[in-house]
Design a protein around this ligand. Sequence first.
Ligand code: SF4
Ligand code: SF4
Length: 112
Amino acid sequence: MKLTPDPKQALLTELNKCRACRFCVDVCPTYQVSGGLEALSSFGRIQIIRHLLTGMLELDDSLSYALYSCLQCRRCENTCKAKGQALEICEIIQQARAYLAPDYAKEVTNGV
Ligand code: SF4
Ligand code: SF4
């Protein structure tokens, strides 16, 4: 994903490559341990980021948790690439953390 002066547009451009095939969902370990919560899957995180960027959702603790609970393991990226789409899912999530919820990790750390 190209870094640009407009992180929102860069994120939306990358997100728009997603075909919503959902091949990446079942391989996501946080989805697996959650018992099937889509918000804690790779595709779920992509949808959350899209809706936060377009104003359809407002950031709250549960959405921040969805962003920060990603393990950055790249299993979703490898699957997406194998299926021919190759979204930079980990980079999307990292950039979304920095752009949409930069203070969340600090708040959680201070709270313990
Ligand atoms: S595998 Fe790739 S294209 Fe398919 S839903 Fe996941 S991120 Fe989107
Ligand atoms: S990088 Fe994050 S979203 Fe992708 S499979 Fe790993 S935990 Fe799931």
